[in-house]
Design a binder for this molecule. Structure first.
Ligand SMILES: Nc1nc2c(c(=O)[nH]1)N(C=O)[C@@H](CNc1ccc(C(=O)N[C@@H](CCC(=O)O)C(=O)O)cc1)CN2
Ligand SMILES: Nc1nc2c(ncn2[C@@H]2O[C@H](COP(=O)(O)OP(=O)(O)OP(=O)(O)O)[C@@H](O)[C@H]2O)c(=O)[nH]1
Ligand SMILES: [Mg+2]
Length: 437
């Protein structure tokens, strides 16, 4: 339990219709007495007057809710003061709270941190909560909500307890190794169970980075010869004048990124320098970056001008078919061989193009059918876990060593959910939180 009671404005920026100030910690009951004159009934929204604890001045009136611990968001006693969302009203209440002995302003993410420390949430749920607040698309919202409700926690804790169970059986076998009548079949079963687990983890990892792409954004690179209309298309998609467009070939050099929503998903679209042979040093650097962007993209859109069709250059032929979409541009000037054609002059074909993008993105990212890992941290830990499990099933190794590999495998999952030594990770995770969360 923490000594200090923390408080902060938990609702959004002011002014707002209503503002929610949360207080959490051992001094909550005392705080309620001082500000409200009494402790409101548990878990009931109660109309109250908020008064300054020493002067008795009326500060605001609103609703108060008391959540006695451990049945609260943080697991501690929590008091919510839901007042008017004026800057001065909120300031007056915060100042009054600060004047009470034992209370201090919460740091960013501190309410959530206490929820973690009181075992109300594990690390993956915390990350889900942080993602939920950052979510900008329906896909992100759905994934973050289910993660904050513990889909990954359930999966990883389940695996961890399987490993602990397996290790217990192996340890038992080690203890009885001197006795002649121990059947080998127990450990055979254990190792076949571990093999099943390795396969489950591998299926979970082998998801085309679905969860990470939902969270970070699906990346699309626009490539083509100079003057194909890449920057014009970027501007049309962004509906603003982001990139310079001129009739001169070789206008764009730096890569230019925009973020937008397509269907349920966040997408990052990169405009690039037109590909051609050139002696211009700056342009050459731009082309190098363009090729890099193409290699890192989840989808490359190749723009072939209808009036001067251009094939995909050799250095982009390594890109797999399903990550490539060729479209004809400047459809107003000539007929194109391409199935999808656009014209940014008459804004023709943009809707068909967008629908094709949406289809491809949805196919790749799905609709949150199964639990997907959402961070590289998860991928690293699961890979480490899996490596240890693979070592543990090597029958030529000493049984004691194999058991040790099992222990390490379990520890990697424990770090993933925050059950073991994660102090260093906490600061990283909470740095993403805002004050009041
Ligand atoms: N006013 C308000 N709205 C809010 C929050 C809040 O803190 N205050 N939340 C802040 O994130 C979210 C809801 N999160 C919460 C999570 C748990 C409990 C809670 O009291 N849990 C108890 C009782 C559960 C139950 O009755 O089933 C418990 O888990 O024991 C409250 C809010 C979104 N809306
Ligand atoms: N007729 C017609 N002209 C277009 C269309 N799209 C772009 N243009 C023109 O083509 C020229 C080149 O357009 P950009 O968008 O700058 O082409 P880019 O592919 O970005 O060119 P670089 O940056 O040089 O590689 C400009 O003059 C545009 O106005 C189109 O759909 N139809
Ligand atoms: Mg350009």
């Amino acid at each position: 339990m923490h000594e200090k009671t923390i408080f902060a404005l938990s609702s959004g920026s002011l002014p707002s219709g209503v503002a929610i100030i949360r207080v959490s910690g051992p001094a909550v009951a005392d705080t309620a007495e001082k500000i409200l004159g009494c402790l409101p009934p548990p878990r009931k929204a109660t109309f109250s007057r908020f008064r300054h604890p020493s002067t008795g001045d009326l500060l605001d009136e609103g609703l108060s809710i008391y959540f006695p611990g451990p049945n609260s968001f943080t697991g501690e006693d929590v008091l919510e003061l839901q007042g008017h969302g004026g800057k001065a009203s909120v300031e007056a209440i915060l100042t009054a709270l600060a004047s009470i002995e034992g209370l201090r302003v919460a740091e960013a993410g501190e309410f959530s941190r206490r929820a973690f420390e009181n075992n109300r949430m594990d690390l993956t749920e915390l990350e889900g909560l942080s993602d939920l607040i950052a979510a900008q698309t329906e896909g992100q919202r759905r994934q973050a909500l289910s993660q904050s409700q513990g889909v990954l926690r359930a999966l990883y804790e389940g695996w961890r307890s399987d490993i602990i169970q397996a290790r217990a059986l192996i340890e038992a076998e080690l203890d009885f190794a001197d006795e002649d009548d121990v059947p080998g079949s127990v450990s055979d079963q254990v190792w076949s169970g571990v093999l099943t687990l390795i396969n489950q983890i591998s299926d979970h990892l082998d998801d085309g980075r679905r969860g990470e792409l939902i969270r970070e954004g699906f990346s699309i690179a626009l490539l083509g010869p100079p003057n194909a209309g890449k920057s014009s298309l970027l501007n049309a998609l962004a509906r603003r004048d982001v990139a310079i467009v001129t009739p001169q070939a070789g206008t764009t050099r730096d890569t230019i990124e925009i973020s937008m929503r397509i269907g349920e998903h966040l997408v990052v679209i990169t405009d690039t320098a037109g590909l051609r042979q050139t002696d211009d040093e700056i342009e050459r650097e731009g082309i190098k970056r363009a090729v890099q962007a193409a290699r890192h993209a989840d989808l490359v859109v190749w723009l072939s001008p209808s009036d001067a069709p251009a094939d995909l250059p050799v250095k982009l032929r390594e890109i797999p078919n399903e990550q490539l979409l060729t479209i004809g541009t400047k459809a107003d000037l000539a007929t194109s061989q391409c199935e999808i054609v656009v014209s940014t002059v008459y804004t023709n074909g943009l809707d068909v193009f967008l629908r094709e993008l949406e289809d491809r993105i949805d196919k790749r990212l799905g609709h949150g059918e199964s639990a997907a890992l959402s961070r590289q941290r998860h991928r690293f830990a699961l890979n480490e876990c899996s490596n240890c499990l693979r070592l543990s099933i090597q029958s030529k190794l000493d049984l004691e060593l194999r058991s040790e590999h099992l222990r390490q495998a379990g520890d990697h999952l424990g770090r993933l959910t925050g059950r073991i030594d994660v102090e260093d990770l906490l600061d990283v995770i909470f740095s993403e939180f805002c004050v009041g969360k």
